[in-house]
Design a protein around this ligand. Structure first.
Ligand SMILES: [Zn+2]
Length: 91
């Protein structure tokens, strides 16, 4: 591949789609799948959880518990929180 993303190894299926001019994913740089795509892990100061599904379940549970979750990607950190559906407020 002739791209700055060539250090990310594609799986066999994604590599075939990337190289096929008749495929809708031909030379699509954000190409990835659950086999060769990003790997999630969960870290909360008490535990580390590997595996995409397990890490995602832990993140959703934290969000549902009212916590703020920081998602770190290669060059940025994204903060996530769930919007409250009802708020009890007293001054
Ligand atoms: Zn793939």
């Amino acid at each position: 591949m002739n791209t700055t993303l060539d250090r990310f190894t594609l799986c066999r299926d994604c590599a075939a789609e990337y190289a096929d001019p008749m495929d809708r994913r031909f030379h699509a740089e954000p190409l990835a799948c659950e086999v060769c795509g990003p790997a999630l892990s969960w870290h909360d100061g008490r535990q580390r959880i590997g595996g995409n599904a397990q890490a995602l379940v832990a993140a959703v549970a934290a969000l549902r518990d009212g916590q703020i979750v920081a998602v770190r990607v290669s060059v940025a950190i994204i903060f996530c929180a769930m919007r409250a559906t009802s708020v009890a407020w007293r001054a």
